[in-house]
Design a protein around this ligand. Structure first.
Ligand SMILES: Cc1cc2nc3c(=O)[nH]c(=O)nc-3n(C[C@H](O)[C@H](O)[C@H](O)COP(=O)(O)OP(=O)(O)OC[C@H]3O[C@@H](n4cnc5c(N)ncnc54)[C@H](O)[C@@H]3O)c2cc1C
Length: 406
């Protein structure tokens, strides 16, 4: 078993590290200042466009997309260490590289299931980073961790569909550049449980679409990655050709979309944990309490050692999962995708929490990235499926294996 990254990955890692150090990390403070000056937490600060232009010029663009017709053509195993590096600056780096959720999942969805006309109209501007997109599945009125509960209706009316419902947590939709919503709803409530749902493309400016408000995450706007919106769809009419795939395919498409999205989050979480550990080590080496550097206290050393062990464990599992997705497909890697979705946010949350503690009051303030990193790690125990749902489903499959052999 060879644990080394291949030559292309190493080369891209070096190029990406240089870009992050020279451009992205220094832009974090600029971004915060520009957002504050705009007076709108979801405004689109100019520094983002500058970062995107520079990343594109350097060829660090659409690295997430394995299909060489649309993206960089990297395998999941090649992309994993690159996404990890972007996790060190999770609010800026992924978007700078056009590798940010939810656009990545939406681009994958359009690349795999979109018609040629849908790809030309929406995938092309997404790939070039001109526009952004949102994925609208979750609803305030129903327990959406069970996607069969989704109640928004998509009703055929001649050569149109009419959409009625309310969504929330539509990430990205508060961004003024977000022009297209992929909406999941029911076209046939009487069909088999997993065949009732369909996906449809709704341009933001369609009459009947109202973006009601932005949801904060522990008080953060979560922009530019987030910008999570609550949206009303009230008698929204779109042409029938806006349906993605066929009627009844929505649930299966949603499942296909979530596999790569989950591993991308986990890859970035490892980078987030690495950044927290670096800050933890730097701070405790410099800061003296009770006559010696904090790093010489046993408890701090224990946190540092335990953090390294946990990060390494999670990274190996994520890399194995990436390798499985490349070799046996997303379906074959189902158990491992669920395992990393359970293990990695919890690992990152633990490591970041220790870094916060070691920073004292500074750790919860705006003066370090730790508080924002923690909030993101914490939300990833909910987003893309809560821990409990993944555990329950993983356990069901494990039990089935033994039941079959009994
Ligand atoms: C930051 C963020 C970004 C998001 N982005 C998007 C997005 O872009 N698009 C989108 O459509 N949605 C998005 N979501 C929504 C997210 O996917 C849902 O919040 C999640 O699926 C849970 O659904 P729910 O909130 O309706 O919780 P519910 O379904 O009401 O579940 C509540 C809790 O019940 C428990 N529970 C549920 N099922 C079980 C079970 N089988 N066993 C044990 N316990 C269980 C869990 O603890 C769960 O957290 C986002 C959420 C967050 C926080």
């Amino acid at each position: 078993m060879d644990f080394a990254y291949d030559t292309r990955t190493e080369q891209l890692r070096a190029e990406l590290m240089e870009f992050l150090e020279q451009h992205v990390h220094p832009a974090e403070a600029v971004h915060a200042a520009q957002v504050a000056a705009a007076g709108d937490p979801w405004a689109r600060p100019p520094v983002l466009a500058e970062l995107k232009a520079e990343a594109r010029r350097r060829g660090l663009w659409n690295l997430f997309l394995p299909d060489p017709r649309h993206g960089a053509g990297l395998t999941n195993l090649q992309y994993a260490p690159l996404a990890e590096l972007t996790g060190r600056s999770p609010h800026l780096a992924p978007e700078a590289l056009n590798c940010a959720a939810p656009d990545t999942g939406n681009m994958e969805l359009l690349a795999e299931f979109g018609s040629p006309a849908q790809q030309e109209r929406w995938l092309a501007p997404l790939l070039s980073g001109e526009i952004r997109s949102a994925f609208c599945m979750t609803e305030p009125e129903v327990a959406s961790s069970d996607a069969t509960n989704i109640a928004t209706s998509i009703r055929r009316d001649g050569d149109h569909y009419v959409i009625d419902g309310r969504k929330w947590w539509s990430s990205g939709a508060m961004d003024p550049a977000c022009e297209i919503f992929i909406v999941m709803g029911k076209t046939d409530p009487d069909a088999d449980r997993h065949k009732q749902q369909s996906m449809i493309l709704v341009p933001r400016d369609t009459p009947g679409v109202t973006v009601r408000r932005g949801l904060t995450v522990f008080g953060y706007s979560d922009a530019p990655h987030g910008g999570h919106a609550e949206i009303d769809f009230d008698g929204v009419r779109v042409p029938a050709e806006n349906l993605v795939g066929v009627e009844g395919a929505g649930f299966a498409i949603a499942q296909a979309r979530l596999g790569p999205g989950r591993i991308h989050h986990c890859m970035r979480l490892i980078g987030m944990a690495e950044r927290a550990l670096e800050l933890l080590c730097r701070r405790t080496t410099e800061r003296v309490a009770f006559g010696r550097p904090l790093a010489e206290q046993g408890v701090i050393r224990e946190w540092i050692a335990e953090s390294r062990v946990r990060i390494e464990q999670a990274r190996l599992l994520v890399l194995k999962t990436a390798w499985l997705m490349d070799t046996v497909g997303n379906k074959g890697a189902h158990t491992e995708i669920q395992a990393i979705k359970i293990a990695t946010p919890a690992m990152a949350e633990w490591v970041i929490d220790k870094a916060i503690q070691a920073h004292g009051g500074a750790g919860v303030s705006q003066d370090t990235p730790l508080a924002a990193l923690w909030s993101q790690a914490r939300t990833l125990r909910l987003a893309d499926g809560p821990d409990e749902v993944h555990r329950s489903s993983l356990a069901k499959r494990e039990l089935r294996r033994w039941a079959a052999s009994a």
